[in-house]
Ligand binder design. Structure first.
Ligand code: ADP
Length: 646
């Protein structure tokens, strides 16, 4: 292939512009990103060579070499890792393969995040593109391990296009030459490079080396300097990093800064983590783990092609950087490393899926993560709430999917309720702790927002009794309450389902009497309304839960409520036809009025209109759309004209 000029995919160019113009607050990280990539590339060739020794090409002196060249003004980073073929270079560096990226770029623009929230860009992992923060031209030479085909040379000034061509490469691996911008030539300084490597890449498990030349005075056989002999230059390849696998070290020997830097390495996140969990397990399964809970949810948490999984090492040898089997899907935001002592080195993908050791490790990790979260919640609720606001939704997924840890997960749940301020939360334990003695069940209402739910007529009787009702406003909550039918022996009940009674025996009898009277008094009217609305509701009956409103709709004990119906429709799922019950408030004045009209003229057209209005009112108060808004407004207008009487 001869030299070809190509355009970057639009999104790549946008990303590049963002990187160049927004991440200036910490330019040093370009070196960390390139060293990280180089280390990953060595990991890969080492792993592949277990099953194909030819890939080593007789070169397993693993290292990442940094070459500053003051005369040329270039900084070169070279590795003997897996390298890339032409197609790979184009795929990895000219385009953005992940489909979530477009949406992500859009959200960055919408939030003007390019200036306000550079950490968001960090979450995306700008990697290689960070080079353009300090260089006005980047040249990349690379050749795939064990490849007989030629290598490849890629070059760009970061302004829309790049060139790519085949070129001979003796050495396997990748070499990246940064032509530094004039103002960043200080990155060629030995001490500058040393300090950046030490700060950001000390734990990298391969030597990061640099040729260091020092002037020395020659020494005699006894090691004494020879006077008057002048100086000679001596060059030695020095290793700049300590290479200690941070997870393998005792906790007491790892500093906060080291933990924080390692987090950036595994997560690409610019912000410090919410929590660092470092532990080792012994017994049936021996492993060391260093995992992090991020402070902010990743932009792709709910996207199908999101990055997930932890890094897996076996006895400090890298196996894979995305072992999905190590962590259940609902904890997909967790980042970090697991190093197992029990797995074989030549473990394959298929084995990972089936392996009992992996399952044991997963169990240990989940248990540790959940108990850590439990501790945070106990010790500092405010901290926990910040975590919950970011990750509560996925923790709730766990209640549905992780049956084995249901108990622990239930304790982690937080909800808003009729007794909390907006934005404040109550746990189930707290809720039960402050239940009035007469209250036996835990009550909740599901819907789209707290504001909408606050208006719900279903809450009237609960308010009157002083019973707290949880607001469940996440779509996932419907699944949570399906999986969790009780807590601490107390059933969870939806306020808009089934026949609810909050009354004492005495009150019950009293109300029952009233209901019976109302039933008798309004029997014909009720059967008229029921008949008129028979296509819309299953039954019309008197309510126990209303004190102020005239009516509301309730689902059967096991039927589908309005919220679930809305969610199913949003998911394009077929929604089974399920009629609900229209409950009327026996004490409401409207009944007397309707009944007067009915007694006067059983065929009065107004009766049918009023029945429809009652039904539409019930829909509106629960936040459901009405079928015929035009007719609704016409009827209301007519009523207003009549009432005004002018
Ligand atoms: P990330 O590292 O987050 O995937 P980068 O833009 O840094 O993003 O790199 C994109 C891809 O290019 C990497 O996933 C890797 O496949 C490839 N790559 C980058 N640097 C190297 C390297 N030194 N050797 C081999 N492949 C590399």
């Amino acid at each position: 292939m001869s030299k070809t000029t190509k355009q970057f995919q639009t999104e790549v160019q946008q990303l590049l512009d963002l990187v160049i113009h927004s991440l200036y607050s910490n330019r040093d990280i370009f070196l960390r990103e390139l060293i990280s990539n180089a280390s990953d590339a060595i990991d890969k060739v080492r792993f592949e060579s277990h099953s194909n020794e030819a890939l080593l090409e007789g070169n397993s002196d693993w290292k990442i070499k940094i070459v500053p060249d003051k005369d040329a003004g270039t900084l070169t980073i070279r590795d003997n890792g897996i390298g890339m073929g032409i197609a790979e270079v184009e795929e990895n560096i000219g385009t953005i393969a992940r489909s979530g990226t477009k949406a992500f770029m859009q959200s960055l623009k919408d939030k003007a995040a390019s200036t306000d929230n550079p950490e968001l860009i960090g979450q995306f992992g700008v990697g290689f593109y960070a080079s353009f923060m300090v260089a006005d031209k980047v040249t990349l030479y690379t050749r795939t391990a064990g490849s007989v085909e030629a290598g490849c040379c890629w070059e760009s000034t970061g302004d829309g296009s790049y060139t790519i061509e085949e070129c001979r490469r003796e050495q396997r691996g990748t070499e990246i030459v940064l032509h530094l911008k004039e103002e960043f030539k200080d990155y060629l300084d030995e001490w500058r490079i040393r300090s950046i490597v030490k700060k950001y890449s000390d734990y990298i498990q391969y030597p990061v080396v640099m040729d260091i030349t020092r002037s020395e005075t020659p020494k005699d056989v006894d090691g004494k300097e020879i006077e008057g002999a002048g100086t000679i230059d001596k060059t030695v390849e020095e290793t700049l990093n300590s290479m200690k696998a941070i997870w393998a070290r005792p906790k007491s020997e790892v500093t906060e800064e080291e933990y924080a830097e390692f987090y950036k390495h595994v997560s690409h996140d610019f912000e410090p983590p919410f929590k660092t969990i470092h532990f080792s397990a012994e017994g049936t399964s021996e492993f060391k783990a260093l995992v992090y809970l991020p402070a902010r949810k990743p932009f792709d948490m709910f996207m199908a092609d999101r990055k997930k999984g932890l890094q897996l090492y076996v006895k400090r040898v890298f196996i894979t950087d995305k072992c999905e089997e190590l962590i259940p899907d609902y904890l997909r935001f967790v980042k970090g490393v697991v190093d197992s002592s029990d797995l074989p080195l030549n473990v394959s993908r298929e084995i990972l899926q089936e392996d009992v050791q992996i399952k044991r490790i997963q169990k240990g990790l989940v248990s540790k993560i959940l108990s850590t979260l439990g501790e945070v919640k106990e010790k500092s609720l405010d901290d926990y709430v910040t975590f919950w606001k970011e990750f509560g939704q996925v923790i709730k997924e766990g209640v549905h999917f992780d049956f084995a840890n249901k108990e622990k997960l239930q304790e982690l749940l937080l909800f808003e309720s009729t007794a909390t301020e907006s934005g404040a939360f109550v746990s189930l334990k707290e809720y039960c702790g402050r239940m009035p003695e007469a209250q036996k069940d835990i009550y909740y209402i599901t819907g789209t927002s707290r504001d909408a739910l606050e208006q719900s007529p279903h809450l009237e009787a609960f308010r009157a009794k002083g019973y707290e009702v949880l607001f469940l406003t996440d779509p996932v909550d419907e699944w949570v309450v399906q999986a969790m039918t009780e807590y601490d022996g107390k059933p969870l009940k939806a306020v808009d389902r089934g026949d609810i009674s909050l009354d004492s025996e005495e009150e019950k009898q009293e109300k029952e009497k009233k209901r019976e009277e109302a039933k008798k008094e309004f029997a014909d009217l009720i059967s008229f309304i029921g008949d008129h609305l028979k296509d819309k509701v299953k039954e019309v009956r008197f309510s126990n839960r209303l004190t102020d409103s005239a009516c509301c709709l309730v689902a059967d004990e096991y039927g589908m409520n309005a919220n679930m119906e809305r969610i199913m429709k949003a998911l394009n799922q077929a929604v089974p036809e399920s009629k609900r019950v229209l409950e009327l408030n026996p004490e409401h004045a409207i009944l007397k009025t309707l009944s007067a009209i009915y007694d006067e003229d059983k065929t009065a057209p107004a009766l049918a209109d009023y029945a429809d209005l009652l039904y539409d009112q019930a829909l509106l108060t629960e936040g459901s759309p009405i079928k015929d808004p035009l007719r609704f407004t016409r009827l209301v207008s007519e009523l207003m004209v009549k009432a005004a009487g002018k």
